[in-house]
Design a protein around this ligand. Structure first.
Ligand code: UGA
Length: 453
């Protein structure tokens, strides 16, 4: 058992602290936001993440996990994880002021020779620069880059069953100390220099975003030639060199990471004089997908007085309440600007959505959102939309347009019921009885669903 501290009780910090405690360590999680800390101490989690509450409260009860705002409580820690946000700053570059602040706050309290482990996604060279700060040198603190690859919605599993643990360090001793913390995990340890670890994190996110933007670009070609993007993705994904993950077309990528990381990498590259046409295109295509969906809806509403659109799903993806970078909200804003009434439903993200877009009409269930609606946009593929009663939906809605923003509905069935089904690269001929689109969630073999995303 090691004495550990985690700075920041955000999404990464909470998952890291809870999982490290689950591995048997004694963990103190420092959170300086008074409201967040009070909520945590009162047993309320600020985020929705499957499996996390059990882990947090279980380990808190066992006396292995503590929350505090007092940096004095890190005095015994052998290693301190920094998991504070690095939001988009000027020109899209990552703003590392929270990281800097965290480092300066901990130095007076940390014990000599402590390991400082950077979990936050930081620009390449940040760990090197921190290690050269005079107070860090003076305290004999060794700085390590240990990027995280957690996905919201499956973060606990991703932490406890990682595909790799990346340790960017400058001494074998530091590598060995970090590896010891993760020793009970069955994971490949990849030991590299700090800069490569930092760049690998950005590269992973940018490459995943690239795959999605690429398949979205191809989806427009599929529409033009009446081919089926799901089949195309399935076929190319069967090539082991390509693989099936992250090839589902639709509204594109959102969240708190891809948008900020693609921008940060692009801006950092520009500062080094590197030309990055791919990264720029990846971002632009993603913006265009949202624009394309909004335009599909606006066209469908042409000539209708006081049009209403129901948006099902506003979280940036299922199994999270996070609406950061949510395509649904961008589209909703565009529709509101065009005089459209927008009603939304989401099983978990309504509160967060109304914080961002106050003018939005939040509804407690999908059917209430659909009442009298002229068009429906399915923006997040929550499992509960799988069991919508489409006959009832047809009776509830005023219009017949369904825009399937995630290519997960059974387009053939909806067409038979009289809906005007619009998708992202699924062909017309399959809507006319010559084939069928697959159902929501995981039924597009090798493309959507568990284990492939
Ligand atoms: C992403 C990475 O997948 C994690 O490895 C990384 O640790 C994390 O960012 C981070 O940097 O913290 P996350 O933002 O939770 O994780 O979400 P993803 O599951 O990667 O999905 C991102 C977006 O891509 C979602 O909006 C999703 O709907 C979209 N997506 C995903 C598609 O449009 N098509 C696909 O085929 C897959």
């Amino acid at each position: 058992m090691e004495q550990l501290a985690v700075l920041g009780a955000g999404y990464v910090g909470l998952v890291t602290a809870a999982c490290l405690a689950e591995l048997g360590h004694r963990v103190t999680c420092i959170e300086v936001d008074g409201r967040r800390l009070m909520a945590l101490k009162a047993g309320q989690l600020p985020i929705y993440e499957r499996g996390l509450p059990e882990l947090i409260w279980g380990n808190a009860q066992r006396g292995r996990l503590f929350f505090s705002d007092d940096f004095g409580e890190i005095a015994d820690a052998d290693a301190i994880f920094v998991a504070v946000p690095t939001p988009s700053g000027e020109n899209g570059e990552a703003d590392i002021s929270f990281v800097r602040q965290a480092v300066y706050s901990l130095i007076p309290h940390a014990k000599r020779g402590v390991l400082l482990i950077i979990k936050s996604t930081v620009p390449v060279g940040t760990a090197d620069r921190i290690s050269q700060l005079p107070p860090v040198l003076k305290a004999g603190i060794e700085v390590v880059s240990n990027p995280e690859f957690l996905r919201q919605g499956t973060a606990v599993r991703d932490f406890l069953q990682p595909e790799r643990v990346v340790i960017g360090a400058e001494s074998a001793q530091a590598v060995e100390r970090v590896a010891r913390i993760y020793a009970s995990l069955e994971a490949s340890i990849v030991s590299v220099d700090r800069r490569s670890a930092e760049l690998a994190k950005y590269t992973a996110n940018a490459l995943l975003a690239t795959r999605i933007s690429f398949i979205n670009e191809i989806s427009h070609i599929a529409t033009a030639v009446n081919a089926d993007i799901d089949d195309v993705a399935r076929i190319v994904g069967m090539d082991r060199r390509i693989g099936p993950a992250f090839l589902r077309s639709g509204l594109g990528w959102g969240g708190s990471c891809f948008p900020k990381d693609v921008l940060a990498l692009t801006s950092a590259a520009a500062r080094y004089g590197c030309h990055t046409p791919i990264l720029r295109a990846v971002y632009e295509i993603n913006e265009l997908q949202r624009e394309h969906a909004a335009q599909l809806l606006i066209d469908a509403l042409h000539g209708i007085d006081d049009p209403i659109v129901a948006v099902l799903g506003v979280a940036f993806k299922p199994n999270t309440d996070d609406v950061r970078g949510s395509p649904a909200l961008t589209i909703a804003e565009r529709l509101l600007g065009n005089g459209v009434t927008v009603r939304i439903h989401d099983p978990f993200a309504l509160v967060n959505a109304s914080d961002v877009l106050a003018r939005i009409d939040c509804r407690p269930d999908p059917y209430s959102a659909l009442e009298g609606a002229d068009a429906l946009l399915l923006a997040t593929e929550w499992e509960e939309y799988e069991t919508l009663d489409w006959t009832l939906v047809r009776e509830t809605m005023r219009g017949k347009t369904v825009v399937d923003g995630r290519n997960v509905l059974n387009g053939g069935h909806l067409t038979e019921l009289g809906f005007r089904y619009r998708s992202f690269g699924r062909p017309e001929h399959k809507l006319n009885g010559n084939g069928t689109h697959h159902n929501i969630n995981g039924s597009i073999p090798g493309v959507a669903g568990e284990g492939v995303e």
